[in-house]
Ligand binder design. Structure first.
Ligand code: GDP
Ligand code: ZN
Length: 303
């Protein structure tokens, strides 16, 4: 990391991390500037976050100042970061078995928030290629899919290419290999893997702040702490759900009814596509599960 403080000026950049009242801001040229936040941010209760796009001023031979924080596109609660463009949903091709319902729910929330999903199938070294093919086929119409192994290194160049041009956070169920993948991509990270000694280290983990790691070619950033939860999760109306399924899109235009839920309605283009094998049966069944959950939640809300 180069710290630049040899000139005065106004720039825009992205906060990589905050430590002890200092913020480290990456500018367009790949230089990192040490900055403090202007006192007025504290007055109006704004805390600069990793991922924030900021205007900052630099002074000769001293730290700079964050002058303005651009409106956030989104804000995650865990890890606490702003302006995530993409979430890499990691699943395992072997154990633990991919929790596809969790994947589908994550994808729905991401699409709604305007964040791109990327499905990362890890542990491909330890699974039959046919099993990986099946998993990939189910999501190939939904979002980009990459097949990788943190252990053997296969697919890591493709994963790196997919991370280019955006700010990505890794998410997914426990033990799928998120930490292993981050370590394989960024060896200096040395995150713990396998859940070993996590308990003993809990104190350290709760105080650790998320940080953005910059790709070698400065083409993108990755949040060093896996996880994904919005600060304010908005409830989704059941009628909205279908439109968040990009693999349903072409077929839904053939539904007889406007606002078809693709559930019990006759002449439903989505159900026809499922029968023809154009949409996977599993993905459709999970859609119905999520639809039902949203309907129940809605009833509770209006009770
Ligand atoms: P996390 O909980 O998602 O961060 O998962 P970890 O990175 O801690 O990995 C969980 C376990 O899976 C560890 O025992 C890893 O060694 C193992 N693992 C991670 N990636 C791979 C992989 O690509 N192939 C195989 N065979 N095992 C892996
Ligand atoms: Zn329909």
């Amino acid at each position: 990391m180069r710290l630049k403080s040899d000139s005065e000026g106004q720039y825009t950049g992205r906060i990589l991390k905050g430590v002890g009242g200092f913020y480290y801001v990456l500018d367009d040229t790949g230089s990192v500037h040490e900055c403090k936040a202007r006192g007025r941010f504290r007055l109006d209760g704004t805390t600069p976050l990793p991922g924030d796009i900021v205007c900052f001023s630099t002074q000769k031979d001293s730290y700079g100042f964050i002058e303005e924080i651009m409106p956030r596109r989104n804000e995650l609660k865990r890890p606490r970061v702003a302006n995530v463009d993409m979430v890499a949903i990691v699943v395992s091709a072997q154990k633990p078995q991919a929790d596809k319902l969790l994947c589908d729910k994550l994808i729905v929330h991401l699409k709604r928030a305007g964040i791109r999903p990327l499905l990362v199938i890890n542990k491909c070294d330890a699974a039959a290629p046919e099993a990986v093919d099946a998993l990939e086929a189910e999501y190939s119409g939904v979002c980009p899919v990459v097949r990788v192994s943190a252990l053997s290194g296969e697919g890591l160049p493709e994963l790196k290419a997919a991370l280019s041009g955006c700010c990505t956070c890794f998410a997914g169920q426990s033990a799928v290999g998120k930490s292993s993948l981050l370590n394989a991509l960024f060896p200096r990270l040395s995150l713990e893997t396998g859940g070993l000694s996590r308990k003993a280290d809990r104190g350290r983990h709760t105080t650790r702040h998320a940080e953005l790691i910059v790709l070698d070619d400065f083409s993108g950033t990755v949040v060093d702490t896996p996880g994904f939860s919005f600060l304010e999760p908005e409830s989704i109306e059941p009628e909205e759900l279908g439109a968040l399924y990009s693999d349903f899109e072409d077929h839904a235009s053939r539904c007889r009814f406007n606002g078809c839920l693709h559930d019990k309605e006759p002449d439903c283009g989505v159900k026809e596509a499922v029968l023809k094998g154009m949409i996977s049966e599993g993905r459709y069944q999970r859609y119905l599960t999520i639809l039902e959950e949203l309907q129940e939640m809605k009833e509770k809300r209006y009770d």
